[in-house]
Ligand binder design. Sequence first.
Ligand code: T3D
Length: 266
Amino acid sequence: MTAPLAFEFLIVERFGGVMKITLNRPDVLNSFNMSMARELRRVLDDARRDDSVRAVLLTGAGRAFCAGQDLSVVTPAIDGQLDLGETVRAAYNPIIRAIRDIEKPVVCAVNGVAAGAGANLAIACDIVVASDTASFIQSFSKIGLVPDTGGTFFLPRTVGLPMATAMMMLGEKITAQRAHDMGMIYRVCAADALAEESMQLAVALAEMPTRGIGLTKKALNSSLSNDLDQQLDTEEDLQRQAGHTADFVEGVTAFREKRKPVFRGQ
Ligand code: T3D
């Protein structure tokens, strides 16, 4: 592990090719203020630019993953002065775009409650692992708001429209196990094993052919809006690119030589 980088509301650590980002406002269940949102956006940009980062692991400090927007810094008023659309534009949308655009795997380790923007931040990540004590709440409806942070895009696509509608209108707490059973997350593990299991997953991903994984993510992103013909064209194009990577050469060479491949992410 290398020395943590300095952020006010995040803990950012390097473990080989893994950049681990911990949301760090535990007293308010890691809810977002503008500074934490800016820091998260910045560190995701750093991860994208740094070729030595080959996987990102996102989690929360303390007993929660993230309780969404910090409601103590919002002053509701019906005089038209408050522009929550601006918060969404400036804080949440850039984070979701950064997570989807980074051509590297982003693992989310949901260590406790994930509510509002926190729930939708989690499901925008590539692979979600949750503690068996974690839960997901689309809490927006409870305070008269609309789900944001990409939730209305990803949730219907993971659990289907009927379930997403119920979750978003009712704002009920969904256990990690139920989220897993609905196909919303990849895996549930014992609370005391989450840190290790999610890190093992991130390390395994960081040792894989990063370019190929990144292009796979691009294909999956495209599939969310393409029709079949467009998607077949996309696969053709991306496979062409994957076929020119050094890791593809290494993968096939190692297979033929009956040895373990050593991928360099190139
Ligand atoms: O700008 C905009 O507003 C637009 C964008 C909106 C995006 C959104 O995310 S809207 C949704 C905002 N989030 C919520 O509505 C969730 C609010 N929190 C809760 O419903 C509950 O705290 C939880 C279900 C997440 C957890 O419940 P519980 O019983 O485990 O914990 P608690 O006792 O409620 O909270 C512990 C502390 O964290 C408490 O502070 P205290 O009393 O110990 O001093 C609580 O006030 C604080 N906290 C929890 N969530 C937030 C929060 N403080 C500020 N903002 C929060 N979101």
